[in-house]
Design a protein around this ligand. Structure first.
Ligand code: ARG
Length: 462
């Protein structure tokens, strides 16, 4: 290339080269290099955290006399102007400036001139991005804790309204024993409570500031990382600079907490799909939480529940994605780690949506307590009570009582002919004489335990 072909240089840096790091480069990046390298489309979501981190860093530099008070004030005022531009929607996010950090610094330079370049003293994008991202995840955890709490309140209200609503409890999706709808919903509230504590754990375990680690080995400037840490609401500064810039377990842990919460919601979502099927009919979702079919006019589909069930796939996928990015990465920072944000942002958005949708669905659902009670009676849910009665009243060994009860159930199912005339009937429809043919010591008293409510009362549920 002849000298005349070379683009004009400005302060030693080629004009078309990157203004932040282009000094040692002969040519500008290829278009595809810019495309694969840029993260601004994703990390623009970190803008508030980036400005907060920069302000804390700038104040610390001035306090430590690394920066003059005048320069510090100019940078802080400039950052406020950048904030106002972004808030007003006037900020142009530029792909050629790669990421949110360089976009903000680039704009700061447009606004306040070369003094903007002093902000990056004793800092690297490596500790900068780790700080921004930790701040973002911390806030996301708090948002999710609030949303989970709102969802739990909906479950608790619904459970309170249905504390006497008897329904079949299942194992293997076969009717097992009577439970109440309240018990069922409270089980999910318990899961959500642990999910919430996982987000709280994640916050407290990782609430330490990487700022001050610089590129990886700290800095020769007399910085005060503990001061910036406190300024940003962290519990302290991270102890090891190499760990500070390369740790992403705060993000994988957050992704796990999201995935686990999503898995819990997906289980309830599956139950809603099942309960709302016309064959089961335990619940009718409100029209506002259902969709119709474009061809079958009779259909009312539980799409929101199905989507909560399905979106768990994304949450699980995102966890595996970031674990895979991090696997076998050598210390310290590697550009691979730029791929951490897509997963975290998507999991956060997805889980927020799922929690809100689940709360909305349950809040407006109409449970059919008659259908639920009927299904409990039809499903021989109190068979265990017969076995327990035989043990209690006749001192029969449980194994034998189990066997005797099995024969009674078979009789009721119509498989054994006899009194029920080979037709299926409920346990309490069997005549005493038929029961006594199986076990002569059975008395009338047995019928008292066949009521599902009696079973629940004996367990202290009702
Ligand atoms: N956009 C980058 C990321 O998200 C910021 C850190 C860049 N650091 C570097 N050494 N190139 O990871």
């Amino acid at each position: 290339m002849s000298m005349s072909d070379q683009p004009e240089k400005e302060s030693g840096v080629r004009k078309d080269s990157n203004s932040m790091w282009g000094g040692r480069f002969e040519s500008a990046p290829a278009d595809l290099m810019t495309e694969i390298n840029a993260s601004i489309g994703v990390d623009c979501r970190l803008w508030r955290q980036d400005i907060a981190g920069s302000k804390a860093h700038c104040r610390m530099l001035a306090r430590q006399k690394i920066l003059s008070a005048e320069d510090g004030a100019a940078i802080l005022a400039g950052l406020d102007r950048v904030t106002a531009e972004i808030e007003a929607g006037h900020f142009e996010f530029r792909t050629d400036l790669e990421d949110i950090h360089m976009n903000i610094e680039g704009r700061l330079k447009d606004l306040i001139g070369d003094v903007a370049g002093k902000l990056h003293t004793a800092r690297s994008r490596n500790d900068q991005v780790a700080t921004d991202f930790r701040l973002w995840v911390r806030e996301a955890c708090q948002t999710l804790v609030t949303k989970i709490s709102a969802c739990r309140t909906v479950f608790a209200t619904c459970a309170q309204a249905h504390k006497d609503t008897v329904m079949p409890g299942y194992t293997h999706l076969q009717v097992a024993q009577p439970v109440t709808l309240a018990m069922h919903l409270e089980a999910y509230a318990e899961m959500l409570s642990r999910d919430s504590s996982r987000f709280e754990d994640c916050t407290s375990r990782h609430n330490f500031s990487p700022l001050g680690a610089c590129a990886l080995s700290g800095t020769g400037f007399p910085t005060d990382p503990e001061w910036t840490a406190r300024e940003l609401g962290f519990s302290g500064a991270m102890r090891n600079s190499m760990d500070a810039v390369s740790a992403r377990d705060f993000a994988t842990e957050f992704l796990f907490a999201c995935a686990q919460c999503g898995v819990h919601l997906s289980r309830l979502a599956e139950e809603i799909v099942y309960w709302s099927s016309p064959h089961v009919g335990f619940v009718r979702l409100s029209d506002s939480w259902s969709t119709g079919s474009s061809i079958m006019p009779q259909k009312k589909n539980p799409d929101a529940a199905e989507l909560v069930r399905a979106k768990t796939g994304r949450l699980n996928g995102n966890l595996v994605q970031l674990l895979t990015v991090m696997k076998a990465l050598p210390l310290a920072y590697n550009k691979d780690m730029q791929e951490d944000k897509t997963a975290v942002f998507e999991s956060f958005d997805t889980l927020c949506l799922c929690l809100d949708a689940m709360a909305g669905m349950i809040e407006s659902a109409a449970f059919d307590s008659v259908r639920m009670y009927q299904a409990t009676a039809d499903g021989y849910a109190t068979a265990t009570e017969i076995a327990d009665w035989l043990v209690r009243e006749l001192d029969m060994p449980f194994r034998e009582a189990h066997h005797v009860t099995g024969r009674i159930v078979r009789l009721a199912e119509g498989n054994a002919g006899g009194e029920a005339g080979g037709r299926k009937c409920a346990l309490d429809a069997l005549h005493l004489a038929a029961l006594q043919e199986i076990e002569p010591r059975i008395t009338d008293d047995l019928y008292s335990v066949l009521d599902p409510k009696a079973a629940l009362r004996s367990r202290g549920v009702l």
